[in-house]
Design a protein around this ligand. Structure first.
Ligand code: ADP
Ligand code: GLC
Length: 482
């Protein structure tokens, strides 16, 4: 039995700000549990919901040496869906109303978390064969392991995998301060180590010092090795390209299942999708205060409101789109103020056409996936994207830009061969997007049969974890042989 420890700054059901939590909270369930004992360790944030905090049982406590200081760390545990979770407690670092704060706080917070995780291993009696780290917040784990912990016996055999979910966020901060906080040796803070453009860079640490690096789609793995997509780390990634692998995300087929989803009023499969979706659409229109109309083309959006998601394109065409007859838009999301305001402006101007909810809600999100006709996701960049996968699973046609995982998972509609599962455009260009949007709308309005077949093809795709889990298992085997 191989022991694997996922280290992440978020995981469902405990704490989520984006798709990272969906991945680290679902992928562990799908490994072959006869061969892999996969556990997860997270920070215990003060902002976690009370119901989860109450489930936690204390395991142990100790002090972590962080530079010249000693900081308290408590370890707690809980089970969710059969998976063992551990939590690192420190009320100073993990206070606040959100998991992430200002970068200068976060670099220290996650240096502490990384060291506490490594110290915890001996204390909790789970010495993993592989530590599987996720995103920059865990980038120092391979560094500490290589430079400090491997000197100690039980740590010598541990291998590390570092998964990049978004290269945009790297955990960059001033060299002297990170030196002071971490107490790592001088040679770590060089161009061969975690130094990058005169700063220390946690994500680079994860890339350089881990045994293998993965990212969440094959296209994104290629893109981050280019100057355009590498966010300054393309050179490093090309150098370490020999250990970089793209493994596409799946979604949790139990949580996202239109046949059983407790959040949606009318359940369905590919066999009765049309009639049932129509009823869900009515509920969505009702809940969104939009006129109930089965024939109106309804576009849904559920998203972090970040420039990553292509809202600048939407800003360019919304006015023109909403002036059309028979269109509706339902938006759910929160994030950058400029985008929230843009949507609120349109909602005020066209109350019969667009409904906007600023906030986070599983319930509302699921109803949008189930009730909308199409799902718009014109991202500037998208490492994988889960929303388009959920949309297809719920028989909602994705309209996406061909980037990263969107390109790998949505097959564009071909009107000649009647193939494809959605609609896509290549350039980050509002006119191109609008044309594709109109062609989707035209298919919906004039060729119902072809439209329906497209939805069913999307529903019949396999976006579960089963294929990708095999790729991870293979990688685990290979990494253990190093
Ligand atoms: P990212 O991680 O970049 O935000 P993904 O598409 O990988 O994008 O994952 C986003 C996840 O978060 C999806 O499960 C999506 O449904 C969910 N989500 C995003 N915004 C909201 C929201 N406002 N309310 C509920 N769920 C949301
Ligand atoms: C990041 C990416 C998103 C990806 C998710 C999970 O948040 O932005 O594309 O799906 O991580 O890997």
């Amino acid at each position: 039995m191989k022991k694997i420890l996922f280290v992440s700054s978020e995981a469902v059901p405990f704490i989520k700000t984006g798709g990272l939590a969906d991945v680290t909270g679902s992928l562990p369930k799908y490994f072959n549990h006869k061969k892999y004992d996969v556990r997860v360790i997270l920070p215990k944030y003060a902002c976690m919901e009370e119901q989860f905090k109450q489930q936690l049982e204390p395991v142990t406590e100790f002090y972590v040496e962080l530079g010249w200081r000693k900081q308290y760390a408590g370890i707690l545990k809980a089970k969710a869906d059969g998976i063992q979770y551990y939590f690192v407690d420190n009320e100073f670092y993990f206070a606040g109303s959100r998991p992430y704060g200002e970068i200068y706080q976060d670099v220290e917070k996650f240096a502490f978390f990384s060291k506490a995780v490594l110290d915890a291993l001996e204390n909790i009696g789970f010495l993993p064969d592989i530590i599987h780290c996720h995103d920059w917040q865990t980038g120092l784990i391979p560094v500490f392991l290589e430079k400090v912990y491997k000197k100690r016996d039980p740590y010598k055999q541990i291998r590390t995998i570092f998964s990049i979910h978004n290269i945009r966020f790297q955990g960059r901060w001033k060299l002297p301060e990170v030196k002071d906080v971490t107490g790592l040796p001088e040679d770590v803070f060089t161009a061969e180590g975690i130094e990058s453009y005169g700063e220390s860079n946690y994500l680079k640490g994860g890339i350089v010092y881990s045994d293998a690096v993965t990212t969440v789609s094959k296209s994104y793995a290629m893109e981050i090795m280019t100057q355009q997509g590498g966010e300054g780390l393309d050179g490093v990634l090309r150098r370490y390209g020999f250990k970089l692998f793209g493994i596409v995300n799946g979604i949790d087929y139990e949580a996202f299942n239109p046949q059983t989803d407790a959040y949606i009023p009318f359940h369905y499969t590919a066999k009765n999708v049309l009639a049932q979706k129509k009823k869900n659409k009515q509920k969505l229109q009702e809940a969104s205060n939009l006129p109930k109309s089965g024939d109106t083309f309804l576009i849904g959006m559920v998203s972090r409101m970040s420039f990553q998601k292509g809202f600048d394109l939407i800003a360019c065409m919304m006015e023109e789109f909403l002036a059309k007859e028979q269109v509706q838009v339902v938006v759910l999301g929160t994030g950058e103020e400029r985008y929230e305001q843009m949507f609120c402006y349109f909602a005020e101007k066209y109350p019969d056409k667009i409904s906007v909810k600023i906030g986070y809600s599983e319930q509302d999100a699921h109803l949008i996936y189930a009730g909308a006709d199409a799902f718009l996701m014109p991202s500037l960049f998208e490492p994988c994207g889960l929303s388009q996968l959920i949309a297809m699973r719920y028989g909602t046609a994705p309209i996406v830009r061909e980037t990263g995982g969107l390109k790998d998972t949505v097959e564009p509609y071909n009107k000649f061969t009647q193939e494809g599962t959605g609609f896509s455009f290549a350039n980050f260009d509002a006119k191109e997007m609008t044309e594709i949007l109109y062609s989707a709308m035209d298919l919906y309005n004039t060729q119902k049969r072809n439209w329906n077949d497209l939805l069913i093809r999307g529903m019949n795709q396999d976006f579960s974890w089963s294929g990708s889990v095999e790729e991870y298992e293979k990688l685990y085997e290979n990494v253990c042989r190093i």
